[in-house]
Ligand binder design. Sequence first.
Ligand code: NAD
Length: 373
Amino acid sequence: MNGDFNYRMPVQIICAAGVSKAISSHIKGKRVFILSDPFLFANGVAQTIGDNLEGRQVQYFSEIEPNPTCESVDLAAEQARRMGADCVIGLGGGSSLDVAKIVSCLTTNGGSIYDYYSGGTQTIENRQTQLVCIPTTAGTGSEVTNVGVFTNKKTKVKMPMVNQAFWPDLAVIDPELTYTVPPAVTASTGMDAFCHAIEAYWNRESNPISDALSLSAVKMILQNIKKAYDDPHDLGAREAMIISSLIAGISFSQTRTTGIHALSFPLTAEFGASHGTACSITLPAFIRISQEQAAEKMAAMAGYLGFGTVEELAQAVEDLMVSMNMPVRLNQLGIQEKDLQHITEVGLTPAIVHLTPAEMNTQTVYTLLKSIL
Ligand code: NAD
């Protein structure tokens, strides 16, 4: 834990069942661009939100794909600019929310995402367009972070982008929106939130506030994820999951993530795993190695959660994943021993990997991956 810290959380948060239908008074703009994915447009959720915006001009973009590409970002930005959008609403999982962040910036900062992202030479200095994020999965916490994650279609490299202009103005938390999330997505997104909380907790940049948030989030997730998985209409479990995802998001927004997320990028971009699956598949192994340099802290977390040892916590997490039909071995994603060296090299690229408490180098990462092949 770091006793010297600088905590900043500029996002206004409103939370209530059904609140997404009543956000008109929070919208400052006259021309609202609503970004979502094909499912949320086809089932009418996007239009219900737009219909309740009282007298604004509303335009929809519903082509956001999981793990959004820079090309999708540019397409959406072009349409938002053409309508003169002064408010961008991201509605969906992390993919839609992340695209909304950069599109809200590109409406007034010209050019392509490639001008600013990974190798781009320009900087986004500010955002003038209002940015509202409405999560429909309980997982990424993107609604309260200043991170966006995009994939370069040509190189297949998936990388996070961090910018002060990415903090949303408003996060709208409506647990009812998560009723339709299928069990497999409930499991993988919920375990993504678990990873955020625990990665913030053992993070080299952790602080007393992020620690408190993380402990609260992991407990709520362990108590509710299986209930939400088994019964999609359990309002109590859905509410607890979307709030714990929010809390985990606030926590890691202060610390960033660690090796779990760094290794997830190649597992998603090159082996097709969903984001939550790509993160959680290494989670039990990371919990085990966390004892190397964060032993006391991890023992405290295990005790707080009712486990005798950190190993018991790791095993319980693995058992929970199995009970939700999640893969716990890399070979279940089609990964073979010959792939491990490459995954190791790509996984060691993002700077966040070195926020892991244990030493992360070619040998340690390879050994960790081999242990869960
Ligand atoms: P997603 O947004 O890619 O959505 C996954 C699937 O769930 C899609 O098919 C979508 O249609 C469906 N879905 C979404 N809401 C639904 C609902 N209410 N009912 C039924 N189906 C629904 O998934 P995600 O896991 O939420 O987001 C993953 C993305 O977020 C990744 O690109 C990841 O890298 C990124 N991410 C960003 C941050 C951040 O801080 N910005 C943090 C973590 C992850």
